[in-house]
Design a protein around this ligand. Sequence first.
Ligand SMILES: Nc1nc2c(ncn2[C@@H]2O[C@H](COP(=O)(O)OP(=O)(O)OP(=O)(O)O)[C@@H](O)[C@H]2O)c(=O)[nH]1
Length: 402
Amino acid sequence: MFGKLKEKLQGFTKSLNKTIDEKAVELDNPEVVTEEQLLLTEETIEENAESKTAAEESATVEEAPIEEEMIITEETTVAGESGDEWAVEEEITAETVNTKTGKKEKVGFFGRAKALVFDREVILDDDDLEGPLMDLQIALLESDLALSVTDAIVASVKDQLSGTRKKFGKNTGNIVEDALKTAILDVMSANTFDFDEFIESKKGTTAHIVFVGINGTGKTTSIAKIANRLQKQGKTVTIAAGDTFRAGAIDQIQIHADRLGVKTIRHQEGSDPAAVIYDALQYSKAHKIDVLLSDTAGRMHTNVNLMAQLEKICRVGNPDLVIFVDEATAGNDAVERASQYSDAVAISGTILTKLDADSKGGAAISIAYITQKPILFFGVGQNYDDLMKFDPVWFVNKIFED
Ligand SMILES: Nc1nc2c(ncn2[C@@H]2O[C@H](COP(=O)(O)OP(=O)(O)OP(=O)(O)O)[C@@H](O)[C@H]2O)c(=O)[nH]1
């Protein structure tokens, strides 16, 4: 997933790490920071998210040596002596089976990274950063990020790295990667929204959700996926077949609804979608249905009449949420559409589909930033369960995983 973006960001990280290595000076008195101290310094949500990432990473880093050190039962490696950034402290607490010898051996569960030894430091100035940041900007633009978003990311990375003293160990570690992660997380977490909490907060009333977007991006499938998800959470659902415009659309959503055992409210093809949605809302309220999911015809954001019709649907149906659906593979086109839809109707968030296909990842970052509305879910396949609740930390880690 996100192969190209990943590749480009790795290129930037490598080139800046090289600069850091070249400019680094050794410290006379290496500094040892415990994992605990590191955790204590976290203040913001983003830093928390980052530290979670770092903890996960350190856990991964720890795993390999610890597996081998499982054979070492009473050896204690002193901070700094290992020649590694992370010093390991052993504490015997349990027995396990050595996968190589098959024998039971005592292991130190506490054979965890305990301290980070900083023995080099660097201060990067604007000149050091100028070239790599220019490359970063181009890399982001080539990965379908909108210009304003690349500007925000580049400015954040510059802000984090320029002029500040960065201490690190034998390896440059994650200085550059962490700055990039923070920058992307900032952009993506501008507005967070918990869909499940929202649905829960509507308990006792019918939560009405209208889905909008252009043709063929996965709107109907996403409605079915959301219906399936809600049903699994014990919620009752109705679907309004509000795409009365495209031939076959009513039957298409009816097929999904039948498979899921969901009641569909439908009118004739060509009828007024606002009337269908109004009826569906009355039905859902009368039957104390938890959530009404309203389909709408796919329409180009440039089609003034259809966009006006969408406004009418929203006026009549008075939805609690308007979800914009588009496909991640559409890149900058999806970003442009999200922006225009957002101007026409008050969208609450986005479902980005087809993340499983060859998407560059840039659209997800850009849409969140440009609409200033959260990404709610990712579509990751054609089955009803192929819907992932959006998690910015997961997303950013995915971009950087090997
Ligand atoms: N790979 C993949 N395919 C998807 C995903 N979501 C939807 N699709 C497929 O995309 C195609 C279009 O999906 P629809 O749900 O019919 O799209 P729509 O936006 O409702 O289209 P209209 O009814 O024309 O407005 C179908 O073949 C879906 O199976 C996804 O997350 N991943």
